[in-house]
Design a protein around this ligand. Structure first.
Ligand code: SF4
Length: 448
């Protein structure tokens, strides 16, 4: 039961990954079901929730910075409740309340169902937290509230059973658990009937999906999703190299509406570093997987994640990473230098022994090389015609739309008579290292 006569509207700030964006949709649905309503802005809200991500150190810094702002807002808006949910309170449970006096309550990724109770407890004068792991929680039966009407995320699993040495996810999101096959497909069906044009199947390690009812794997799930939504694009992220199966690769090749893009984090080009990172594969195994992908899926685009300066990294390991980038020629990479996260396997067992100046120099070399590769690849698209799903107005001009190719390249093109949601053939006339620019040719439809 909600309390009447007080401000029961809420506003959510979402930090971090797509999984967190999907979780914010679950939180919105849960609170609305309990009678709370979405505020148009944080100034009007009675409850502000920061739904947080702990993967990158700067994400935590951003939250701390934001809490300072909310402390000021609380002085002007008496009765305002501020909660922090998601991975950061799960990860920093001991220190979290001391980070800012603005925080009224904490909730972890497995305890969103307790948010209404936590709000009531704050109003009763408590400063509660609910940070228990619940390995059975998949938020089954919750119909998330989504932003936009073109692209939708569908979480197919939660948590992760890998223990990559640098990663906090196993400590914030707990053990891996998959949603039932039938419920994922029914969600896809509902999204299609609501007019969504692009559906992204989400999981921390999406390709280790394992249907809890019949044991079906991710290849089967992806195939079924693509058949259920023949007029929509189907994407998925994030994949682990060790869980790329031949069946999965062939499914992507066989189904026309599964996008020809795989984000496949490699982290380092050195098998020695991959072993220290506890990644569960060697660099030769990674090469074999990418060779299979490129052989079976013509035109496929690969993107990746790289960490520079992980514990014990020597110059020859760094050179191996540069060589791998030159060899594989990823379209894009998310590149960071290593920063130790307390509690992780690396923090407990390895020495963070690469000096910061060396980490930064190596990262810059990686960025420079990758940017030059991306630039050549993008320039190579000039003069070609690509199929773009228009997502929104371009940030720079109302006369242009922004969208993506099925290979996930960003395209900005002249609007003409098109609008968000249209599938448009675009002639690429110029390119930067991260964006293709062009003009429309004509609109298209998938053949089912
Ligand atoms: S696969 Fe590794 S990096 Fe990815 S979420 Fe799991 S532990 Fe973290």
């Amino acid at each position: 039961m909600i309390t009447t006569g007080i401000n029961n509207t809420f506003f959510i700030h979402t930090f971090g990954c797509q999984m967190n964006q999907a979780d914010s949709g679950i939180i919105t649905a849960l609170l609305q079901h309990e009678g709370y309503s979405l505020a148009d802005s944080e100034d009007e809200a009675g409850i502000i929730l920061l739904n947080t991500c702990a993967v990158r150190e700067n994400a935590v810094d951003r939250i701390e910075h934001y809490l300072q702002h909310l402390q000021g807002l609380k002085k002007r808006n008496k009765g305002l409740i501020v909660g922090v949910s998601g991975c950061v309170p799960q990860y920093q449970r001991q220190e979290m309340f001391s980070i800012s006096p603005a925080i009224d309550f904490l909730a972890g990724p497995d305890t969103y169902r307790s948010l209404p109770l936590l709000i009531q407890q704050v109003r009763a004068g408590q400063r509660p937290s609910s940070l228990e792991f619940n390995s059975a929680e998949t938020y089954e039966g919750i119909d998330p509230v989504r932003q936009g009407a073109i692209s939708a995320f569908v979480p197919v699993m939660r948590g992760c059973n890998n223990m990559c040495a640098f990663c906090v996810v196993p400590f914030t999101r707990g053990r891996e658990r998959s949603h039932p096959f039938s419920s994922v497909i029914s969600e896809v069906r509902q999204l299609v009937s609501s007019g969504y044009r692009e559906i992204t199947l989400l999981g921390q390690n999406v390709n280790s999906y394992h249907d809890p009812e019949e044991g079906l794997d991710f290849a089967a799930l992806l195939d079924a999703a693509s058949r259920e939504a023949p007029l929509a694009r189907i994407r998925f992220t994030t994949s682990h190299p060790k869980d790329i199966s031949e069946a999965l690769v062939r499914t992507i090749a066989d189904r026309p509406n599964i996008c020809n893009h795989i984000h496949l984090p490699v982290q380092s080009g050195s098998s020695r570093m991959l072993a220290l990172m506890n990644r569960g594969h060697t660099i030769d195994e990674y090469r074999e997987k990418t060779a299979l992908i490129r052989e079976v899926i013509p035109g496929v685009v690969l993107t990746t994640d790289i960490i520079a300066g992980f514990c014990g990294e020597q110059e020859k390991d760094h050179q191996a990473t540069l060589e791998l980038l030159s060899e594989i020629r990823f379209d894009l990479a998310y590149m960071f230098f290593y920063s130790e996260r307390p509690g992780t396997l690396a923090a407990r067992t390895l020495e963070d022994d690469v000096p910061e100046a060396v980490k930064k120099r190596r990262l810059q070399e990686i960025i420079d090389l990758q940017n030059s590769i991306s630039e050549v690849l993008y320039q190579g698209a000039v003069g070609t015609v690509v199929e773009v799903l228009a997502e929104s107005e371009s940030k720079r001009s109302s006369q242009q739309l922004m969208g993506r190719t099925d290979t996930n390249r960003v395209v900005v093109f002249d609007r003409a008579h098109y609008q968000a949601g249209d599938l448009v053939k675009v002639l690429i006339t110029s390119a930067t290292s991260a964006t293709l620019i062009g003009r429309p040719e004509y609109s298209v439809d998938y053949e089912s």
